[in-house]
Write a protein that binds this ligand. Structure first.
Ligand code: SAH
Ligand code: SF4
Length: 429
């Protein structure tokens, strides 16, 4: 999400600034930030210290903090000794040129107003991705699900959806530029709504732009994963067979306390519905270890749910209390650090085993892959991704004229010949 927002920021500033890969040369550094866990914020503070030191050597340089930390900490950031010039929240990026002229005039610039309707839908993002074949399209902003642990509703404001026509136009323009894959982004894409157009209908429209454009989306909330969406996914071969469905916990007691609005049974029913319509669908998740009051039994239920689903991949976190959230006001953060860490490690170890098992099941199968680039380890090898979002590494055949058979952006068919826990190894056919 922040990557996509940075593309909007660059677009808003493109008449005034070029981008550079070397921050020591920069006249303006904007740090786009995440507040989701304390660890994310601590990393930003460390980075800001580096930039503040650089600023001492380059007095003309301006330093801005944008995104969720700007929204959460507001003036406090200007009062700190980090020498920040600008603080701009996620809905205020259009104010940047005005705020920058204030900074030029020797003042500080701050705008952290949240909006009920800002979607930046008219701003054409400047693509910052390096492969030129995959792009993000932001389809909605904000979140009002108020999961009790989560800071997002406070830093990103009310949920709002972007006009469907502008999304389809953006996908079409990406196809014209040679892009092969788009990922539709939102905190909860399933609750997308523009008049009569719900998320399933939006997917139909984007998938119809071109059969050679792959469509992905992130993230969907289990409570809103509709049968209609599953049916649309199954009906369009260019909608990728991959769903990221964050479960957070396998215990219905914890899920209630987290205010997730589904229980273990509901979640498992959604998994069954996905598997019935698309037996080959990749399924991944997010898990939080050590939420307030989590017992050993709750934790075991998370492990058993992971086994029952057999996730292909997971993002796994220790619970981090976020100031201002319902949990921080009502539930003590009472799981000792070493217990959180031990539970997290058990979750990570189990997932590593499940990922490996999932990869082993793919050995011998054939997949269409979209070639993304050279393998980092071996220049004669390239890698691509299959529809299930797994990376497949393969030897790129050399043609008589010395060039490689497959270029970035090509589709290839690969047979899986082996695997590691993280990667499939394949042979192109
Ligand atoms: N909107 C998405 C999630 C966005 S945040 C959804 O609801 O699925 C990404 C992930 O960060 C969450 O799924 C959750 O697992 C994790 N997360 C959020 N708040 C957290 C917290 N306070 N501590 C630890 N992990 C957290
Ligand atoms: Fe946070 Fe829940 Fe909204 Fe996801 S759905 S962003 S976890 S409040």
């Amino acid at each position: 999400m922040n990557f996509a927002d940075s593309e909007i920021l660059v677009s808003i500033l493109k008449d005034q600034y070029d981008t550079t890969q070397d921050y020591a040369q920069a006249d303006l550094i904007l740090v786009n930030t995440c507040s989701i866990r304390d660890h994310a914020e601590q990393r930003v503070f460390n980075r800001l210290k580096e930039f503040a030191a650089l600023k001492k050597k380059r007095p003309g340089m301006k330093l801005g903090l944008v995104g969720c930390m700007a929204e959460r900490l507001k003036e406090q950031l200007l009062d700190s000794d980090l020498d920040i010039d600008l603080v701009v929240g996620p809905d205020a990026y259009r104010s940047l040129p005005r705020l920058l002229s204030q900074v030029e005039a020797g003042q500080k610039g701050i705008d952290t107003l949240l909006s009920e309707d800002e979607t930046y839908e008219d701003i054409l993002p400047v693509r910052l991705g390096t492969n030129r074949i995959s792009a993000f399209i932001s389809i909605m902003r904000g979140c009002q699900n108020y999961c009790s642990y989560c800071v997002v509703p406070y830093t990103r404001g009310r949920e709002r959806s972007r006009d469907a026509g502008t999304i389809v136009d953006e996908a079409r323009s990406l196809v014209d530029q040679g892009y092969k894959e788009v990922t539709l982004l939102g905190q909860n894409v399933n609750s997308y709504k523009d008049g009569d157009v719900n998320f399933a209908e939006l997917m139909r429209r984007v998938a119809s732009v071109s059969p050679s454009l792959r469509i992905r989306f992130s993230t969907s909330h289990p409570k809103d994963l509709s049968d209609e969406l599953i049916a649309v996914m199954a009906a369009y071969p260019n909608i990728c067979r991959s769903i990221h469905l964050p479960v957070q916990s396998g215990s219905s007691v914890m899920l209630k306390k987290m205010n997730r609005k589904y229980d273990r049974e509901w979640y498992l029913d959604r998994i069954r519905a996905i598997r019935k319509a698309m037996p080959d669908c990749g399924i991944s998740t997010d898990i939080i270890a050590g939420f307030c009051g989590e017992t050993e039994e709750d934790h075991k239920q998370t492990l058993s749910l992971m086994e029952e689903v057999g996730y292909d991949f997971a993002f796994m976190f220790k619970y981090s209390e976020r100031p201002g959230t319902f949990a921080s006001r009502h539930y003590p953060d009472d799981i000792p650090e070493e217990v959180k860490l031990r539970r997290l490690n058990e979750i990570i170890n189990l997932q590593q085993h499940l990922s490996h098992e999932s990869n082993k099941r793919d050995v011998g199968k054939r997949f269409e892959i979209l070639v993304e680039g050279e393998s980092k380890k071996n220049k004669a090898q390239y890698f691509g991704r299959n529809s299930q979002n797994k990376v497949v590494v393969f030897d790129n055949p050399v043609l008589p004229d010395g060039s490689f058979r497959y270029q970035v952006g090509d589709y290839a068919v690969a047979e899986v010949t082996g695997c590691t826990p993280a990667t499939l190894l394949g042979r192109t056919l």
